[in-house]
Design a protein around this ligand. Sequence first.
Ligand code: FES
Length: 371
Amino acid sequence: MKHSSRRYADPPFPRDLAGRDRPDPFFRGLERLLDGLQPVMTGLGGAKYPRGGASGAGREVPMRVASVDRPAEDVAALRLEPEDGGPVRPWQPGWHLDLVLPSGTVRQYSLCGDPADRAGYRIAVRRIPGGTGSGEVHALEPGARVAVRGPRNAFPFARADRYVFIAGGIGITPLLPMAKAAARRGAPFRFVLTGRSRAALPFLDELPSSPSGSVEVRTDDADGVPCGADLLGSPGAGTSVYCCGPPPMIEAVRGALPGRPPLPFFWERFSPPPVRGGVPFEVELARSGRVLAVPADRTALDAVREAVPDAAYSCRQGFCGTCRVPLLRGTADHRDRPAGGAPGADSPDGRDGTVALCVSRAEGGRLVIDL
Ligand code: FES
């Protein structure tokens, strides 16, 4: 799927599958080291970040499309392998990568292959009508050259007594490796895959099979549109609920969660959330002096892209960093949720003078940005 959001657990963050507090300090430290080397690599002729900045986006690795499969209607599954034949960086279920397409467009996609496979990555992408990123992905053929950054963790898979996984269509991509991991260690789970029809559901032949788990496939054409309670079932205490799909499905599941005991709820959705609690403000583009009005129900990125159509963005939900630009004047209401951390925790925003245009707003009347 294309990542358009990530997150979260209501109770304190649990520990990862290795029993460690997330995020993994080794990989975070390694990523910071590689990020620090990026300017040096660029200066030596290495890959460049897209305009708009990519602080913290990680090292860019040239890859080739090794194969393209069509596991469902309008879904392309790509296998990506490093051009130099070396191993890929390690990852865990729930991680995603930034895919840098030949046009320079950057999009996030969940890894849906086997974490033990160090020879390449697998992603799956549903074609979105009118979507430039998904359209370009679907046009890729074996041998095409792309690049990736990451992978990174923004959808943590934490150790729990039991699990409910709820996937809507292409939302299966981050949940499939999680469910397979749960099945491997014998953890009880219930996996629900839902969508318009079976033809629209990818990876039906890969659904986890385990004595400890159960799998349900619900399609609208055969079973009707499910409500949140249908999808959630009756999870008991100690169950972590993971959900990935369109926003209405996630909200339906969230609304069906029992109040007692509160269950950890982790979700990831396809599209940006609506602006909440927004008030109008202005963005001034320092290079041209243009002043843009940002209405209460729109984002600064929306306004900026009308004036600067090639302004970089990707997730539009404040976790990838692609849209960050230097903030020259003004006080920002930082609303980004950097990958791998709690909202605002160790975010460069507010500390290195950048602002994520896709979610952040102004606390005063105007933000002046270096664009
Ligand atoms: S587009 Fe990803 S943080 Fe703004």
